[in-house]
Design a binder for this molecule. Structure first.
Ligand code: CAP
Ligand code: MG
Length: 412
């Protein structure tokens, strides 16, 4: 029974026929052994030698450890290990992010990056609208889009939800969204909410202001496409999918549905369970690449270290790069900076992430001393000030809403 080696350190492999992954590995084993254990488990091996693994199978389908640099291990998987024709992320993840996390011999492992070969990428359509498409819809070519999340997260009825959206739009915001836990609860049925919000958006449009509001349709796999088509029929101007809880296939099903003619906003709630630990799990960079392939038009990437959610600024930039890079054949995803945002930290986020982002605040709008419209105005004023390079304190001298927000929350 052959004991095969999965080590191929320094071997040059062509990018046409291999999927390259990078793992951060923590182990008491020699790193080469740990790396081989991962490569074996995720391709043709298991914990012991087996009589049924023949040379030709190993040669064709075994993964290769091509580089080890400290705790970073590069493993290449043959393209044949993936179900290309089906173009499905679930099977990809079973290969590059499956059993390996449970291996007893590996104390910690984090999938940091993945690079797919062209034959896999071409099976995906990517975003229908992308950042430019969203900007065209809103008539906002340069500045960050500025949004809000309707707060409280749950509890408002459809009429009050729509009133919130109308106030936010009247204060100048370009984007609204349902929160990640609101879908179709008894206190706010999705049909009534969608119709009421659509009326508010139409009223704003008649008053000369363009705004979209993402209706959260996160539900089970067999219903999500129908629900997307329903909310569109009821007037939704954008839809939202919680990708980690619904799955990448749900984003793909909705985004690739030819009947869906509105952008898809992708929330990442639950991502922290796998992205937060620097030594275990899967990086948001990998999540971002998969969401882009599956067709998300906008994706939460964090606030690059300034908001309420944990997140290393360097990782935030990697997430942004995954959304915006030119090395894949897809439209660019609009990065969404959200989570604990308020006017006082807008310049810091724009300095870190640039202008091609969607900045959004829930508490940072609804918590303004003079209510939602003033909160919206304060966020827009902060974005305008940062865009013009004017210090907030200066700009606040003749913008009362911003001044009041700075008095309430300060600035960083
Ligand atoms: C923000 C938010 C978003 C977070 C998620 C919330 O509300 O609605 O879900 O942005 O984090 O529920 O926390 P606040 P991330 O503006 O009131 O914080 O964007 O990092 O995925
Ligand atoms: Mg939320």
């Amino acid at each position: 029974m052959e004991n095969y080696s999965y080590l191929a350190l320094g071997e040059e492999l062509d990018r046409e026929n291999w999927v390259f992954t990078k793992y951060r590995v923590t182990t008491d084993l020699p790193m080469e052994k740990a790396a081989e254990n991962i490569a074996a488990e995720q391709s043709t091996g298991t914990w012991t030698g087996i009589s049924t693994l023949k040379d030709d199978i190993f040669r064709k389908y075994a993964a290769k450890v091509t580089a080890i640099d400290g705790d970073m291990v590069t493993i290449a998987y043959p393209v044949e290990d993936f179900c290309i024709e089906r173009g499905a992320v679930p099977q990809i993840l079973s290969v590059i992010a499956g059993n390996l996390f449970g291996l007893e011999t590996i104390k910690g492992v984090r999938l940091e990056d993945v690079e797919f070969c062209p034959s896999i990428l071409k099976k995906y359509k990517g975003p229908k609208f992308g950042d430019k498409g969203l900007r065209d819809i809103l008539g906002r070519p340069e500045k960050p889009l500025v949004g809000t999340i309707v707060k409280p997260k749950i509890g408002l009825n459809p009429k009050d939800t729509a009133a919130y959206v109308y106030e936010a739009g009247s204060g100048g915001l370009t984007n609204g969204k349902d929160d990640e836990t609101l879908v179709d609860q008894v206190f706010c049925p999705i049909e009534a909410r969608t119709k009421a919000v659509a009326e508010a958006i139409d009223k704003l449009k008649e008053e000369g202001h363009r705004m979209v509001h993402a209706i959260n349709i996160s539900t089970n796999g067999q219903d999500i496409r129908d629900l997307a088509e329903d909310v569109q029929k009821w007037g939704a101007t954008e839809i939202m999918v919680d990708v980690i809880t619904c799955g990448y296939g749900a984003v793909q099903a909705v985004a690739e549905d030819p009947k869906i003619k509105v952008p898809v906003h992708v929330h990442r709630t639950m991502h922290g369970a796998m992205t937060k630990d620097p030594l275990n799990g899967i990086s948001m960079r990998v999540v971002s690449k998969l969401v882009r392939m599956c067709g998300g038009d906008a994706l939460h990437i964090g606030t690059l270290g300034v908001g309420k959610m944990a997140g290393d600024p360097a990782e935030g930039r990697l997430n942004q790069d995954a959304c915006q890079s030119d090395d894949v054949p897809f439209k660019k995803v609009l990065p969404v900076c959200s989570g604990g945002m308020y006017p006082g930290i807008v310049p810091g986020v724009m300095k870190a992430a640039g202008n091609n982002i969607q900045i959004q605040a829930g508490g940072g709008v609804a918590g303004h001393p003079r209510g939602v419209r003033a909160g919206a105005m304060a966020m827009c004023q902060a974005v305008d000030a940062a865009y013009e390079g004017i210090p907030l304190a200066e700009y606040a001298k003749d913008h009362a809403e911003l001044r009041e927000a700075l008095e309430r929350w300060g600035s960083k």
